[in-house]
Design a protein around this ligand. Structure first.
Ligand SMILES: *[C@@H]1O[C@H](CO)[C@@H](O)[C@H](O)[C@H]1NC(C)=O
Ligand SMILES: *[C@@H]1O[C@H](CO)[C@@H](O)[C@H](O)[C@H]1NC(C)=O
Ligand SMILES: *[C@@H]1O[C@H](CO)[C@@H](O)[C@H](O)[C@H]1NC(C)=O
Ligand SMILES: *[C@@H]1O[C@H](CO)[C@@H](O)[C@H](O)[C@H]1NC(C)=O
Length: 312
């Protein structure tokens, strides 16, 4: 049996991202060593030029089923939350990712805590001020994932993703072309998460960590962000969830960093939304992720195959 992940992306217009993300030593993903395989009948479609990705049942087009994440906008803001770097020759904001080029990496087999996953990353250069990367991890079995000491139960078909920022030139830095006096303090990223099969997103009452995506799918949010290899809390009120019409936008606020910033949400319950037979048999047998982000035991590692298709 094999876990098949198909990545759809446009080959034209992608450019190489040069400086790579400076991962911290306490990262939770490691290459797996087992040869056991598991079948996950789900694939991740990355729409390479738009900052969108969709998890869908294998072989489906993803427009009427699946969970779609869309990156909408990005802003560098000052300490009062006002966007900076709007007027210089080099913009420190993106009002849309529609024409943004992303480089899509190869599929890797990894272990996150005690679970195995297929990892696909895509990266983009923001204006010429910094880099943004997204790692998607399609979970191949059940267990506990997390970073720092914040962790979640996951099931086959769940999607964990990291958002990474690095190589940033902030307003106020030498060489930045912002207005006099503008100083960048944080980066805000707006994303929309949609359940394509219907149902609208909403915040769960009394729970700032969970956004219901309609049906059984939920987005699990943490308030911690790894800033220069130290876990810190996002500013009060973030991640901020705003609902406009049927769309729900989540705004993350990454505090100013020198080298790197990393955030790790999880989409769970997608199993049922994707029409899978959900297994929940392993609940209770999981290992709590410790403060260094390590967990014991590698359950199994999925076999992978990658098919690249150009999407019209
Ligand atoms: C692979 O893992 C499954 C599920 O954990 C188990 O039932 C099966 O026996 C394993 N196969 C091998 C060859 O280890
Ligand atoms: C994580 O660890 C910090 C410091 O050790 C502690 O203050 C916090 O309550 C812990 N959070 C969770 C979710 O256990
Ligand atoms: C940033 O990276 C450089 C080079 O690795 C290191 O010397 C410096 O301490 C880092 N800064 C922070 C704030 O982590
Ligand atoms: C949720 O967020 C609001 C405002 O951001 C805060 O007042 C409230 O205490 C938070 N609730 C929990 C359960 O953390």
């Amino acid at each position: 049996m094999a876990l098949i992940v198909r990545v759809w992306f446009l080959l034209t217009g992608t450019r190489l991202v040069t400086a790579s993300f400076p991962y911290c030593e306490s990262g939770t993903t490691t290459a797996g060593g087992s040869t056991n395989t598991s079948e996950v009948p789900v694939e991740v479609n990355i729409q390479g030029q738009s900052g969108k990705f969709t998890i869908v049942p294998k072989g489906s087009s993803g427009n009427s089923v699946g969970i779609r994440v869309t990156m909408d906008a990005l802003r560098e803001v000052d300490a009062s939350g006002t966007a900076v770097g709007q007027s210089g020759s080099v913009k420190h904001s993106l009002n849309t990712f529609a024409s943004q080029s992303f480089t899509v990496g190869a599929v890797e087999q990894v272990s996150i805590g005690s679970v195995s996953a297929a990892k696909i990353s895509f990266e983009s250069t923001i204006s010429s001020i910094g880099k943004l990367g997204v790692d998607t991890f399609l979970i191949a079995d059940s267990g506990m994932v997390g970073m720092n000491n914040d962790s979640w139960d996951v099931n086959m078909g769940d999607l964990k993703w990291n958002i990474r920022l690095w190589d940033w030139t902030w307003c106020g830095d030498a060489g930045a072309t912002c207005k006099n006096g503008e100083v960048g303090d944080a980066v805000e990223l707006d994303i929309t998460v949609q359940n394509m099969g219907g149902g609208s997103a909403s915040k769960k009452d009394g729970d700032n960590k969970t956004v219901s995506l309609g049906g059984s799918a939920e987005l699990e949010l943490s308030t911690a962000v790894e800033t220069d290899c130290t876990w810190v809390e996002m500013a009060a009120g973030y991640p901020m969830i705003t609902t406009q019409g049927s769309g729900t936008t989540i705004t993350f606020r990454f505090p100013r960093f020198a080298n790197s910033s990393l955030y790790d949400p999880v989409i769970s319950g997608s199993c049922a939304e994707l029409g899978l037979e959900c297994s929940s048999s392993t609940t209770g047998s999981n290992t709590q992720v410790n403060a260094a982000g390590e967990a014991t035991g590698v359950a199994l590692v999925a076999g992978l195959a990658l098919t690249s298709l150009a999407m019209a």
